[in-house]
Design a protein. Structure first.
Ligand SMILES: Cc1cc2nc3c(=O)[nH]c(=O)nc-3n(C[C@H](O)[C@H](O)[C@H](O)COP(=O)(O)OP(=O)(O)OC[C@H]3O[C@@H](n4cnc5c(N)ncnc54)[C@H](O)[C@@H]3O)c2cc1C
Lengths: 408, 110
């Protein structure tokens, strides 16, 4: 028998970084390899549409584990290395350059990639996406005073990008196919608040319409919409969602359906293979169903849970999904997964710029949108995870300290 | 450990301003410091999260821990210990002295 094969962490993003770190924290002392397609050591993406795009923070500030830290953790880091195949029987990974890499156990943290805009004329148009450090810097370079920017997609990434390039001086229009902004993640009242915010800052919002083709005319691009309207653009930023990087896992016969399937501990059906982050669809015990989350919280905590489980101390993820967004310095935090709800309680004053909406389904709190109100999220998370019954009149009354509701 | 002699005491607050649920953020000598009340004792700890810039006293206080308002890292305000991810670096704590209603924090003398 040769030396033991390493634990391989496939995908050097946020989840990959927490996986290697946690494996060492848990006492795994064997060989550990982190493989990533990008040229950078693991970094976080949230600032790419916020501080980094705005030029407030340098891209290096997003690095989670630099080369020194990886060295201290005794991790062999292979950058610019793309995995193309997985052979579960022989326990090897195929790499793009034709070589192979054996593993004893494998953690798949390949994340997701942007969904591309497939439209006539797209190849010639100045289209940019926003996922990597390079993407963020490229948009920042183009976003100057007077530049006409059309953002396709009124979700979180599209709106953050719209706000940032507008602050950089661009004239911005946002095109959203749905009837309201961020419909996948927040309630209608929150959508309306953010629509007002963006319009007040001079952004043109085109709702219920979508691009059908892109035309070149006199050095600029015209985005033709289904309604027949057209928008002139020097820069087009597309934020229409992401696709999980689960191909080699699916080809190897692992269950993939809108994400690579894992249980609440990050285990796939193969006892040697684990996964975490955007690439996964996990069974969430709090929601009682399978979800694919695209959040910073999930990338971190699912990777920690999966790495602990891999290292031998089984650990289940038990978070209520949570995410945030910053647009024009307004902080939005979202707790729970917007889905079905039958009642919403408003706390605070939208006019005053700080309020929360608490959603209820059949009497139980199931989610919150908090606008400039982070403490509301902290209390709501505890109310929800501890199943504390909530008096909705007191909840809506700002004179009652929210924390008092924790007493039941 | 720095002895009392190496400290400079700064009056930072009145006792009544520091509540169980409402910690107080102050600025002393260009430093952000958070003041907390736990079981009747006042504690002082650096007020900027060790993970990313956030003022911890804007966060949520429960028992002996403050939760960062941005990324939910937990710190034990009595010891400065980082209790949960994403924070990995502990925060500095400072000695506190109460004289009557006045609260003083001891910072290393310049
Ligand atoms: C601009 C932006 C802003 C965001 N803002 C927020 C926010 O405010 N709040 C929030 O909660 N979430 C936010 N998110 C989402 C959050 O960043 C993601 O959920 C998180 O990055 C997921 O981490 P991950 O490790 O699963 O995937 P990733 O970070 O995508 O990392 C996966 C890595 O694997 C590599 N890889 C993929 N396939 C292969 C392969 N075959 N071989 C080798 N390497 C491979 C990729 O190149 C990548 O580096 C934001 C995302 C973006 C893009």
């Amino acid at each position: 028998m040769g030396a033991t094969a390493p634990v391989v962490v496939a995908g050097a993003g946020q989840a990959g970084s927490w996986a290697v770190k946690t494996l060492r924290d848990e006492g795994y002392g064997g060989p550990l390899v982190l493989v990533g397609e990008e040229q950078h050591p693991p970094y976080e993406r949230p600032p790419l549409s916020k501080q980094v795009l705005l030029g407030d923070d340098p891209p290096e500030s997003t690095i989670l584990l630099d080369h020194d830290m990886l060295g201290e953790l005794d991790v062999e880091f292979r950058a610019r290395t793309r995995i193309t195949a997985l052979d579960r029987e022989r326990r090897i990974l195929g790499l793009e350059d034709g070589s192979t890499l054996a593993y004893d156990r494998l953690m798949i943290t390949t994340g997701a990639r942007v969904r591309r805009l497939e439209l006539p004329g797209a190849a010639e148009a100045p289209i940019m996406y926003l996922r990597t450090i390079e993407d963020s810097l490229a948009i920042a370079r183009k976003a100057a005073k007077g530049v006409r920017c059309v953002v396709i997609g009124g979700g979180l990434i599209g709106l953050e990008a719209a706000a940032a390039v507008s602050e950089l001086g661009c004239r911005v229009a946002v095109v959203e196919a749905g009837e309201r902004l961020m419909a996948r993640v927040v309630g209608p009242r929150t959508s309306a608040y953010f629509a007002d915010l963006h319009r007040t800052r001079g952004i043109e919002l085109v709702l219920g319409d979508s691009p059908v083709r892109l035309e070149q005319a006199g050095g600029s691009t015209r985005v033709i919409l289904a309604s027949g309207a057209g928008l002139d653009a020097d820069l087009i930023v597309v934020g229409i969602g992401v696709v999980p990087n689960a191909e080699f896992a699916a080809d190897a016969g692992l269950k993939v359906d809108n994400g690579l399937w894992v249980d609440e501990c990050g285990r796939t059906e193969d006892p040697r293979i684990f996964a975490a982050g955007d690439v996964t669809a996990h069974h969430n015990p709090v929601l009682g169903r399978r979800v694919r989350l695209e959040t910073w919280q999930n990338a971190q905590n699912q990777a920690i849970a999966a790495a602990r489980t891999l290292a031998g101390s089984e650990h289940a993820l038990s978070d209520i999904p949570w995410g945030w967004s910053n647009q024009f310095k307004v902080n939005l935090q979202i707790l729970g997964v917007a889905g079905h709800w039958d009642d919403a309680v408003l706390r605070g004053d939208p006019q005053g710029g700080s309020f929360s909406l608490f959603y209820f389904d059949q009497g139980a709190m199931c989610g919150v949108d908090a606008i400039n109100a982070p403490r509301d999220i902290a209390v709501a998370r505890r109310l929800m995870s501890r199943n504390i019954p909530v008096d909705r009149t007191r909840l809506g009354d700002r004179a009652v300290p929210l924390k008092d509701l924790l007493k039941g | 450990m720095a002895g009392d002699g190496a400290l400079e005491w700064h009056k930072v607050a009145n006792k009544a301003e520091i509540l169980n649920d409402e910690p107080l953020g102050v600025e002393v000598e260009e430093q952000f410091i958070g003041l907390y009340l736990v079981d009747g004792e006042i504690y002082a700890m650096d007020n900027v999260c060790s993970h990313e810039f956030a003022i911890l006293t804007d966060g949520f206080m429960e028992d002996e821990c403050i939760e960062c308002p941005i990324h939910q890292a937990l710190f034990d305000v009595r010891t400065g210990k980082a209790r949960s991810a994403p924070a990995e670096v502990d925060l500095k704590t400072y000695p506190v002295r109460v004289e009557g209603e006045d609260v003083f924090v001891g910072l290393p003398a310049k």
